[in-house]
Ligand binder design. Structure first.
Ligand code: ARG
Length: 459
């Protein structure tokens, strides 16, 4: 016939440009395993319900397994003329087993077929992204334990604020990634209903058993509404939204690595394995991997927005627009998996410069809050007055080009006569962090306990 797929209704084949815009096989061949898995479940159900014979179902199953083997061996010839993965698999099945292949599509449409395949794919992707996220979480927890007592400046507005520990800082990212894992688990749970059996849009007149196929494919239950079943791409949106937030977290950490690597900071170094050189400047070692992770969040967010816009305003039920759901979903998955792996590599690779971090704590009057707290606790000053006294002392130290702890007792007493010698220990950076034992605080003991708890909760 002149048309490879719909020769009954169609006298002529598509224009070349029609074929080019319509075919999705270049993208959706990645669904081959899910497509065959779905078809195997469907065929077994058709046989059990007496809709096809056991003999035909057995031939279909054998043929589908052979198609799968051919694809995995790299022998399969994907044909653009056959549009998509579903038609490519079915056509090859027909070549292999003949007439029974034509019975597979009974009580099914590509609309419920593709929704099923894509859900199975996204479900597995949730698991793969979660595994790679846990790999990064493990790296962060390991390093946090090593650096539980390493002091560094904590910042607000990127201005030095109070001393914290590097371990505590790394564990902040563990919390973010823990929420990302929760979002992936939620998305996975909500998507886990089987659209198979919704057929084109309205259900089918055949006595199918949707419970059976749902169970065979690991879904919790069949979807409730046939129209929604073939129209719904919430599952991809929810998954992509979770990836976007995850990518934003990775980009924030990436930016911090870039800052820590910069000349003004030098808080960490990355080895040759995670830096690149310059073609002109021989001295350079650039944190390119971190910069690229920072950039790739833009791609993931863009892909998420792309799918939101594709779906916006689409009337029920299926529209061919929905075929373009896969490219952004696949691309965002690949990019996030790569970013996660690169970030885990950098976290394990980086060497903290503990001396530089300690020095930076001395420069920025970081223990000013500790001094104000001391005035409250030991002299009974209201915090606002203590804040004012401390501010005056910071100004004095700054004018004299010294740190707070370099001020003599006489200098301090010129501002507040009741200040005594016992103020000096609280100005020490190590004491500042060690004292912050409030729940969730930065004290090294807290960091060790938090690392242990995170390990138990997330890994
Ligand atoms: N390749 C199509 C997709 O990915 C399969 C569904 C086609 N259905 C249709 N009614 N044309 O969306």
């Amino acid at each position: 016939s002149a048309n490879a797929m719909w020769g009954g209704r169609f006298a002529a084949g598509p224009a070349a440009i029609m074929q080019q815009i319509n075919a999705s096989i270049g993208v959706d061949k990645r669904l081959y395993a899910e497509d065959i898995q779905g078809s195997l479940a469907h065929a077994a159900m058709l046989a059990k319900q007496g809709i096809v014979t056991e003999t035909d179902a057995a031939a279909i199953a054998k043929g589908l397994n052979q198609v799968k083997a051919e694809i995995e061996a790299g022998h399969f010839e994907f044909k653009v003329a056959l549009e998509d993965i579903h038609m490519n698999v079915e056509q090859r099945l027909k070549e292999l087993i003949g007439e029974p292949a034509g019975r597979l599509h009974t009580a099914r449409s590509r609309n419920d077929q593709v929704a099923t395949d894509f859900k199975l794919w996204v479900r597995r992707a949730c698991d793969e992204v979660a595994a790679e996220t846990r790999n990064l979480v493990a790296a962060l927890i390991d390093r946090a334990e090593e650096e539980a007592a390493t002091v560094m400046p904590g910042y607000t507005h990127l201005q030095p604020a109070q001393p914290v520990t590097f371990g505590h800082h790394l564990l902040a990212y563990v919390e973010m990634l823990g929420r990302d894992l929760g979002r992936l688990a939620d998305a996975r749970k909500r998507l886990n209903e089987s659209p198979l059996g919704a057929a084109a849009l309205a259900g089918t007149t055949f006595p199918i058993d949707r419970q059976m196929t749902a169970k065979a494919l690991g879904f919790d239950r069949p979807t409730a509404n046939s129209l929604d079943s073939v129209s719904d791409r919430d599952f991809a949106l929810e998954y992509l939204s979770a990836l976007s937030i995850l990518a934003v977290h990775l980009s924030r950490l990436a930016e911090e690595i870039v800052i820590w690597m910069s000349e003004g900071f030098r808080f960490v170094t990355l080895s040759d394995a995670f830096t690149t050189g310059s073609s002109i400047m021989p001295q350079k070692k650039n944190p390119d991997a971190a910069e690229l992770v920072r950039a790739k969040a833009g791609e993931v967010i863009g892909l998420t927005v792309q799918l939101l816009i594709i779906l916006k305003g689409l009337p029920l039920t299926y529209g061919k627009d929905m075929q373009d759901d896969k490219a952004p979903t696949f691309a965002a998955t690949d990019t996030v998996l790569l970013s996660l792996a690169a970030m885990a590599g950098m976290i394990r690779d980086l060497t903290p410069n503990r001396a530089r971090m300690r020095e930076a704590c001395e420069r920025g009057f970081l223990t000013a809050t500790d001094l104000a707290d001391w005035l409250v606790k030991h002299l009974g000053l209201p915090f606002r007055d203590a804040h004012h006294v401390t501010g005056t002392l910071v100004k004095m130290a700054e004018d004299k080009g010294k740190g707070l702890s370099d001020l003599s007792l006489a200098e301090m007493q010129s501002v507040e006569p009741r200040i005594g010698d016992s103020v000096y220990p609280v100005l020490k950076v190590e004491n500042s962090v060690a004292g912050r034992k409030s729940e969730g605080g930065t004290a090294p003991d807290n960091v060790r306990a938090a690392a242990k708890a995170a390990r138990e909760r997330l890994l």
